[in-house]
Design a protein around this ligand. Structure first.
Ligand code: TRP
Ligand code: SF4
Length: 356
């Protein structure tokens, strides 16, 4: 129900946890899409450093540097401070206030049912995720989205249940605390774009936790080396065995990074055993290196002036705080906890107090 923002561009908000340098999977699955959204939407993109704390609370020594690395990759890839607002969650304390208020109205059962909750509690070993904060992760995410009254939230498939939950929390808030005949919060929609499959070097989904990734900042020799070790179609044991680029993880790369010519060459060459895997990996590396080159040049410029990048984040955070503060005024008013005090009208003329 994209409402408000009359005759303005619809508003988009999305975030990434501060996990350090980004990899090709982050680019293909999210960042590349964000860059395209900048022109047609009013975009807010933020670094979710508080969300990183829900799992990495025990050691915070890398958290700020990890946020800076994410920011550098954003700028390198082409997020443009002239065309979007980039900010950092912990510098907009209003997210925490809204999170607290939403936590009052969110039933525990809704949180226990979120698929990522059970999954991560079972899969992430070596960290105690039996915390209040981890259970509340999706409530914080709802606050992130609602505080900007975002119309659309570009996310991957795995995050859709979190957006659904946000819609339910917004609806519940609006029901408890109506504002005349209207309401404070719109219901945000996920913005799903089809993103191509991008396997890591071991053939599984590219991910920091699998150590199978290629970073946007990896220098050429590292990219080439990582590709050399990448798994291929297991049916192609010998050079003379034909393969199938649709089942080979390396075969997915040209589909994302290469020209139609190269894609066709790989397809025919692989199926007829006309090319070898080493040659094929070389082409994939060429395409990836070519795509990363302009990003790495831009990254280097910002790395030389780290203060400049941080200032961009600070300026974005100031703009975000302004919007967030406006929403919080409406929230406090709707909940009747605003700072203004209006004495209730005296019911009847009370007898004057003799002690006055
Ligand atoms: N949970 C998201 C992820 O892990 C990150 C995130 C936090 C987010 N708050 C958000 C994404 C708000 C979109 C909107 O990827
Ligand atoms: Fe995979 Fe390329 Fe080898 Fe075919 S030729 S199996 S696509 S690496």
């Amino acid at each position: 129900m994209p409402s408000k923002n009359n005759n303005k561009k619809p508003r988009v908000l999305s975030g990434m946890r501060s996990t350090g340098k980004l990899h090709l999977g982050n680019f293909v699955g999210a960042l590349g899409n964000w860059i395209r959204l900048q022109d047609n939407y009013e975009c807010f993109f933020f670094i979710a450093d508080w969300h990183a704390l829900t799992t990495d609370y025990a050691d915070t020594s890398r958290i700020k540097q990890n946020s800076v690395e994410v920011l550098l990759d954003w700028l390198a890839a082409g997020l443009d401070p002239e065309r979007c607002i980039m900010f950092i969650q912990s510098h907009v304390p209003q997210h925490a206030e809204l999170h607290l208020l939403l936590s009052m109205i969110t039933p525990l059962g809704w949180l226990e049912r979120v698929p990522s909750y059970k999954e991560q509690r079972e899969n992430i070993k070596g960290k105690d995720l039996g915390t209040y904060g981890f259970l509340g992760y999706p409530v914080l995410q709802s606050a992130d989205i609602m505080i900007y009254k975002a119309d659309y939230v570009p996310v991957g498939e795995d995050q859709v249940p979190h957006i659904e939950l946000t819609r339910e929390i917004a609806r519940r808030f609006n029901m408890f605390y109506p504002r005349g005949r209207s309401h404070v919060f719109p219901e945000p929609q996920p913005l799903l774009t089809h993103s191509p499959k991008l396997p890591g070097t071991d053939g599984r989904k590219m991910s920091k936790s699998y150590d199978n990734y290629i970073l946007l900042a990896d220098p050429e020799p590292v990219v080439r080396q990582k590709l050399k070790t990448m798994v291929t179609d297991p049916a192609r044991v010998r050079r003379t065995d034909p393969g199938n680029p649709d089942v080979c993880p390396v075969g997915d790369l040209p589909k994302v990074f290469s020209t139609p010519d190269t894609i066709a060459k790989v397809d025919v060459g692989c199926r007829t055993a006309g090319i070898g895997c080493i040659e094929c990996k070389g082409w994939a590396a060429d395409s990836i290196v070519g795509a990363l080159k302009p990003m790495q040049e831009r990254r280097r410029k910002y790395e030389q002036k780290p203060r400049l990048a941080w200032d961009i984040l600070e300026q974005g955070s100031t703009r975000a705080r302004r919007v967030a503060a406006g929403t919080m005024n409406e929230v406090r008013e709707a909940m009747q906890i605003s700072k203004e005090y209006e004495a209730p009208a005296p019911a009847a003329a009370a007898a004057p107090n003799k002690n006055d």
